[in-house]
Each structure stands twice: as C-alpha cells, then as structure tokens.
Design a protein around this ligand. Structure first.
Ligand code: ZN
Length: 500
C-alpha cells in the first residue's frame, strides 16, 4: 500500500514538474516521499476542529475587523505561526499588515414595528423578532425613525441607463424599502450587466437613499452584513420575508411579481406603501478602526526558485456580534483552521521546498473584501512572482469538493485533482468563474489581478435544520471535522507539489 502510494505521489509530482519548471535539481535536504506522507497523516481533524471552536468562541466576538477582539484573534494566529517557525512578512517585521478600517458595533437588538391602521383611527402594532424577521443594520447610525415606507425597487438612480427608482416619488424623511443587486443577470446579460454593475453595491444604494433624503432603510437582505457604508443620519434594518409581505399587504401589489416586472421591462415600479414603521438601532461607530492581514512566510530553499511563491489564504474575519454573537465557524474559521493546519504541516517539511509559501489571513473580507484588495496593492512579494493562490472559504461542511476557477486554471486543478484521486478520494469537480459581479470572495481580487487562482469549496451535505449563513447559528456544532482534515491534507499535498 505504501509502495503504491509512493509511486502515485511521484507520478503526481511528475505532473507538477511540467507545470512548475524546475531550474535546478532537488536539493538533498528535500523531504522524501515517506516524510511527506507521514506529515500528511499527522494532520488531524481533532486539532483543526479545536481551531474552529476557539476562533468561533465568545472570546473573539465574531472577529469583526478593527475591533480589539479581531486583533486578539489575529495575534493568536501570529503566535501559532511563530510556534511553527513560520516567519513574519507584514509591516516592520511583524506578522501584520495594517490599513484603515472603520467599523460599527451593534449594541442591542433594536426594534422594528409596523403600525397597521384598523377601522378608522385605531392602529395595531406588530413588532418583529430579532434575527427571525430582521436585524439592525450592521453599519446603521444610532437612532429611531417612525415614517411611511416607500418601496423603491432596486434603489438606483442611473441617468445614463434611463433608469431611476426615485423618479416621481418623494422620500424625504421617509423610510425606503429596496432590493439587493440589480435587475439584470451577469450570466444571461453579461454586457448589459457591466453597465449596471456599479449600482449593485450596498454602499451605493445606501448613499443614494440618503442623497434623496431618506431617514431610514428597510433592506431586503436578511443576513448580518457589515459590508456597507456608515452614514450619519441614516438608520438601517435588514428585513426578511415577513416584514416585506406585511408592508405590501393591502397595497394591491405583490412584491415578487413587481420585481419580475422591473426585471423584464427594466423600468421602475416605485410607490408609497401607506404603511408606517418604527425602526430603532443602537450602534456605535468607530472611525479609528484599523484592519490587519496576517502574513506568514516559509522561505524556499532554492536560491532562484524561492522567488516564486505559492499563497494559501482565507479570511480571518467574520461579521462580529450584531448584538448577539455571530460565531462564523464555517465562515470562515473553517478556512483559517485549514490554512493553519497547512502552515504547520509545511513547516515540518521545511526547509526542503524550493519555492516559497505565503500563508495569508485576510481582514475585512466581510466589510467589502478589502483585505485581499489591500494586500494586492501592497504585496509582500511582487504579484508577478505568485505562481498560485489557493483560497480557503467556508469549507467546514459538505461531503464533496468543488474547485472554483479550476477550469480557468487547469494546471492548478490537475495538481489538486490528482492528489485527491490518489490520497483523499472525495468527489471533486472544477468550476469556471466568469466573475463579473461585485467581489464576494478574496479569490475575486486575485483572479482580477491575473494571478493563477483556485478556491477550494465544499458542497453536498445534508442541510442543517437552521439558517447558518451570517446568523447566530454558524456554530462549531455544524462543522464536519472529517472534511476539514481531508481539505487540509489535500491543500498540503498540493502546495508541496507546487512548491518543491
Ligand atoms: Zn461571510
């Protein structure tokens, strides 16, 4: 069995040789095949699950970038790097790369109440449930607003496209309700999509609402989401289906068919709903916030090839507390756990890898995919020397593996696919990334920078009984330790192959 595996690993390495040109023969201290297999088997689901448990615990308060709790988590990862002799490659000899990053704390669950007029002068109050029906906006200003709700479609004003959701409707002092995204599809209408794309950003929609005089926003985007601008004087709530249905009730209109109409005609359908809502948010905005990427470095042993770099990364941050803890066990403590496990394993076969490896943990992904964008503008090693980037994002659940952009970069896909076939034995498939929409993962910025990039993802698990994405329920209890172990082993083997 061992012998068979050795032959396989060598065969797999052969493929890598053709992809990652070898200028000089392997140094004598290069790890042998048995060593690599031993290290692979030392990667343990127990250890990786403990990393997820720790990072998603109350101690780190959901890791909102800029907060002291995020910095504590960043320091913990840096301590782990140091323990494994993974070198710092951040600012001024530290593990950290810093950039300005304001953040907002949500201090309590706020309030959302609909006032329903009944028989003449009476009104019925319906107060919605935190999380089940709404969240206070993650970057809302503090305050209370009671006003009529105006439905404004996609919340866009685009004169060059002849489209304006605010045309003919006065929202001054009112609460606007709008949809996420834009009414054109990046898949079916890619050319048109690029013209509409700037209006898909959360920041834009909030700024446009405020510019039209709105005092509050009910955003049909029912997850905790700090990827949004803070605007003094604008109170925001993220609302779900129940709230939207109640606001539409009795107006003679149906939200779904209205959205469908906007999408097919590309013409607005805004209207005053006649409904009054009270919304209250208790928040605290911190302009002084500073983000940190964490950068660890394993230097290659070949004097020439060490200038070629393989990067393994994932985002360390999550969406913070929003009043209650949003643990972010899958998103993305799972990816960080695997990145750390890979770093430790690589440190056991180093020196000996001829190329260098960077382990990159990003901040502020949840606040607009900013950490990876900042890193690429201020790289520790020139971007042109990066031969591969492997992004690890939300990989703690699922039974099958998907390799995002694997079809865009078949050379990287082959390394991963072959190692999976020989050692891991999971179902695996490669995707194509057209990647036109606003960035949703750190991988997007690397792809746009033309760096060979793949993202390892998971799918195919039986669904858990609760909504977990950006909620209080993204808990370690729903993580499958076996998938963490398999992905970590696969990432380790693939990086060894790319770097040796
Ligand atoms: Zn996320």
């Amino acid at each position: 069995m061992i012998k068979h595996r050795l032959v396989c690993l060598l065969a797999a390495t052969g493929i890598a040789c053709s992809l990652f040109a070898q200028a000089t023969p392997s140094p004598s201290r290069a790890p042998g095949e048995q060593k690599i297999l031993d290290v692979m088997h030392s990667i343990s689901s127990h250890t990786l699950l403990e990393y997820v448990r720790l990072l998603s615990s109350e101690e780190y308060e959901g890791r909102l970038t800029g907060t002291p709790s995020y910095n504590k988590a960043a320091q913990w990862t840096a301590d782990m790097f140091q323990r494994w002799n993974v070198k710092p490659l951040g600012d001024r000899g530290s593990y950290f790369q810093e950039f300005p990053n304001p953040y907002t704390l949500v201090l309590d669950g706020g309030e959302l109440t609909l006032h329903v007029p009944v028989s003449g002068k009476d009104t019925l109050r319906k107060t919605y449930r935190y999380e089940a029906e709404y969240y206070p906006g993650s970057t809302s200003d503090a305050g209370t607003v009671t006003a009529e709700v105006m439905y404004v479609g996609y919340g866009m004003t685009a004169p060059e496209l002849g489209y304006d959701d605010y045309r003919g409707i006065d929202v001054k002092g009112k609460i606007v309700m709008f949809e996420p995204e834009i009414p054109v599809s990046p898949v079916r209408q890619p050319d048109l999509f690029m013209k509409w794309r700037p209006y898909s950003f959360h920041d834009y929609k909030m700024k446009n609402a405020f510019a039209h005089g709105a005092a509050g926003v009910l955003y049909n985007y029912h997850i905790v989401n700090p990827n949004c601008v803070f605007i003094k004087g604008l109170v925001v709530s993220y609302v779900g289906r129940n709230v939207i249905q109640d606001v539409f009730m009795g107006t003679g209109k149906n939200r779904d068919s209205l959205v469908q109409r906007i999408r097919t005609r590309l013409s607005p359908a805004s209207f005053p709903t006649g409904k009054t809502v009270t919304m209250r948010c208790a928040t605290e905005h911190h302009t002084e916030g500073v983000a940190r990427n964490v950068i660890g470095y394993i230097e290659g042993s070949d004097p020439v090839l060490k200038n070629e770099v393989i990067i393994v990364g994932g985002h360390l941050d999550h969406v913070g507390k929003n009043h209650l803890l949003m643990p972010g066990a899958n998103d993305n403590a799972s990816g960080v756990a695997v990145a750390l496990g890979t770093a430790e394993a690589l440190s056991k076969v180093s020196p000996g890898l001829r190329r260098s490896v960077l382990i990159l943990l990003f901040g502020a992904e949840e606040q607009g995919v900013k950490g990876s964008e900042y890193y690429l503008g201020h790289p520790s090693v020139p971007n042109t020397q990066v031969k591969a980037f492997i992004n690890l994002e939300s990989i703690g659940r699922g039974e099958k593996l998907g390799v995002g952009a694997g079809k865009n970069y078949p050379a990287l896909w082959e390394v991963v696919e072959q190692n999976n076939r020989r050692f891991i034995h999971r179902s695996i498939s490669a995707d194509t990334t057209a990647n036109l929409a606003r960035p949703r993962q750190d991988a997007a910025h690397f792809l746009w920078a033309k760096i060979p990039t793949i993202g390892i993802g998971t799918y195919g698990a039986p669904p858990v009984p609760v909504a977990t994405y950006h909620t209080t329920q993204d808990k370690v209890e729903y993580i499958t330790p076996e998938i963490l172990e398999d992905i970590c082993r696969l990432t380790f083997l693939s990086v060894v192959e790319m770097a040796r």
